[in-house]
Design a protein around this ligand. Structure first.
Ligand code: FAD
Ligand code: NAI
Length: 508
């Protein structure tokens, strides 16, 4: 009896699950009709299609504004899995979500321009945009006026003005970066095995150097070592003795935002994976075939060392985008802000009334992470929805006061008075939205050989764990955070493909 019921329940849940997923897919593919935007409403311009901007757009009631989105990238990118794209563990399209299909599901239509905002003119409430793509029409540069503006353009890669970084290094921020790295890894390997290559050159070509021991550098180093252990050395055994990954970090340890025991665990795991960690080593110059790094030797003397490399991945954190820097220069209240747009507790750019900033370009005393950006975006959506409600209630109130004044009888006056009282109550409720408060869910990072580290905030305090179990947690957490069901299914399929067939070592 018990077994029969278990079977029945399993059967029913499988049918239920299939119907649920099927319905989700059907809805995703058949967007309903959309309202046209109302021209009498305010124009809200959103810059960017990253974590901050998209989480805002997800929750924004677009029928309240004329919404215009401007971004050079017509897709959302799930950055936490980008390091996996550099080795083909995951294909990049699996973590991209087209902004077009997403916006097509909003209640009121949203305009999207694939362009880069080159200047924000704060005084004249105008942005200037450029089509930076390969194909240009008769217009490729124009301007867009706004009433309200949300800046979510993210950040640039920091180079600290170190010469040679842009020319010779690879960054890891966007899809083309991951594609470039994937190609270069294979190019280095194939060139190293070219006929009559000198032993020194083979060593150099197979030396993969990662600069920056933050989570980007650590995750990439782990993925690269996995690629070598699981695939490369199998298909190209002659590189086995020379393929080597080195992580260079200026500070005394990697992953400074994690707990001490997880830092130790990561460093120990890297040792076992034979990834070299060079801490307290600061890169000063980058040449085509080597970097120059400074470290302090045992006697306390500063030594400048040349480290030859085949592939150089530069992951030393964020810097300001020029468009943000320019905006800051127009606003006196931003004079003392260095790292980004200073915002108040409602994410309003300080010194302005109609500009908000979310994510990596905003400085609100939190780390520049996807977690922060998405919470800020969701908060701002709530705020903007409330503001629209406030506006409409205030208009209604003005009309009712008029009615009350001009009412012919006491009954009509009382009726209007009653309505005004109700509306005033509603207005107070709507206006009572509190300031933005970030709730930290924890930090997670993959460190290679199917191990991850996690600093998680529980009700009871903090939990710091590392290892294989954490790796399964890492996988399920990131899977659940993926943008759509489609992304989730594609990522699962990529993981399964890598498990069964291994990673693809073709160079394209
Ligand atoms: P972004 O997501 O970078 O989006 C910026 C958007 O603005 C893009 O759409 C861009 O095309 C657009 N844009 C750029 N310039 C302009 C312009 N001039 N005009 C208009 N639009 C413009 N955080 C975590 O919390 N967990 C993680 O596991 C994690 N992993 C990461 C892994 C990698 C490899 C990287 C690079 C970052 C990772 N982060 C992670 C950090 C996280 O991705 C960022 O903090 C987050 O993307 C910031 O969101 P954002 O909206 O500010 O910027
Ligand atoms: P980061 O700012 O976290 O780390 C950069 C590291 O580079 C620093 O430790 C710095 O000391 C080092 N560095 C700087 N200049 C150097 C030099 N010349 N030579 C040697 N080392 C040098 O940058 P990262 O990793 O790119 O991350 C950016 C943001 O994205 C962070 O806020 C991070 O938390 C977030 N992120 C989060 C992830 C996660 O939670 N799993 C994954 C990736 C990024």
């Amino acid at each position: 009896g018990f077994l029969k019921w278990t079977w029945r329940l399993t059967y029913l849940s499988a049918i239920g699950g299939t119907i649920y997923i099927g319905w989700g897919i059907y809805q995703g593919r058949t967007p309903p009709a959309q309202y046209d935007p109302d021209p009498s409403k305010k124009t809200l311009v959103v810059l960017g299609t990253g974590w901050g901007a998209v989480s805002l757009l997800k929750k924004l009631d677009t029928e309240n504004y004329n919404v215009i989105v401007v971004s050079p990238r017509n897709y959302f990118l799930f950055t936490p899995l980008l390091p996996s794209c550099t080795t083909g563990t995951i294909e990049h399209r699996s973590i991209m979500e087209p902004i077009r299909s997403f916006l097509r599901h909003k209640k009121a239509a949203v305009k999207y321009y694939e362009a880069e905002c080159t200047k924000i003119d704060y005084e004249n409430k105008m942005i200037y945009i450029n089509d930076e793509s390969e194909i240009k029409g008769s217009t490729s540069a124009t301007e867009v006026p706004f009433d309200m503006l949300v800046v979510g353009v993210g950040a640039e890669n920091a180079t600290f003005g170190i010469p040679g970084v842009r020319e010779h290094g690879c960054f890891l921020k966007e899809v083309p970066d991951a594609q470039k790295i994937r190609k270069r890894i294979m190019d280095c390997v194939e060139t190293a095995t070219f006929k009559d290559q000198s032993p020194d050159e083979v060593k150099r070509l197979l030396h993969m150097v990662v600069v920056g021991g933050g989570p980007t550098g650590v995750e990439f180093a782990g993925e690269l070592q996995d690629f070598f252990e699981n695939d490369l050395r199998k298909w190209i055994p002659e590189i086995s003795n020379n393929f080597h990954v080195t992580l260079v970090e200026a500070l005394p340890n990697v992953l400074p935002m994690f707990s001490k025991n997880l830092i130790e665990y990561t460093e120990q795991t890297f040792k076992e994976e034979t990834i070299d960690i060079r801490t307290k080593t600061m890169v000063k110059r980058v040449e085509e075939k080597y970097i120059e790094a400074e470290y302090t030797d045992a006697s306390g003397k500063k030594v400048l060392e040349k480290i030859p490399y085949g592939l150089l991945v530069w992951a030393t954190g964020n810097a300001l985008k020029p468009v943000v820097k320019d905006l800051m220069s127009q606003i006196p209240a931003q004079k003392d802000s260095r790292r980004g747009l200073a915002v108040n507790e409602y994410l309003v750019v300080k010194g302005t009334e109609n500009i908000w900033a979310v994510g990596d370009c905003a400085i609100a005393n939190y780390a520049p992470t996807a977690q922060v950006a998405s919470q800020e975006g969701a908060f701002l959506a709530r705020l903007l929805n409330q503001m629209a409600k406030t506006d409409s209630i205030e208009t209604e109130l003005a009309e009712l006061s008029n009615v009350q004044e001009k009412a012919a009888s006491k009954d009509l006056r009382d009726e209007a008075f009653g309505k005004i009282k109700d509306l005033q109550k509603r207005l107070r409720r709507v206006k009572s939205i509190g300031p933005f408060e970030y709730s930290h869910q924890g930090s997670l990072a993959y460190i290679g050989s199917e191990k991850a580290v996690a600093d998680i905030s529980w009700l009871t305090g903090n939990l710091a764990t590392g290892g294989q179990l954490t790796y399964f947690f890492w996988r399920s957490a990131y899977l659940s955070m993926c943008f759509s069901t489609r992304n989730r299914i594609l990522v699962i399929m990529d993981w399964a493909k890598t498990q069964v067939f291994g990673r693809d070592v073709s160079r394209e």
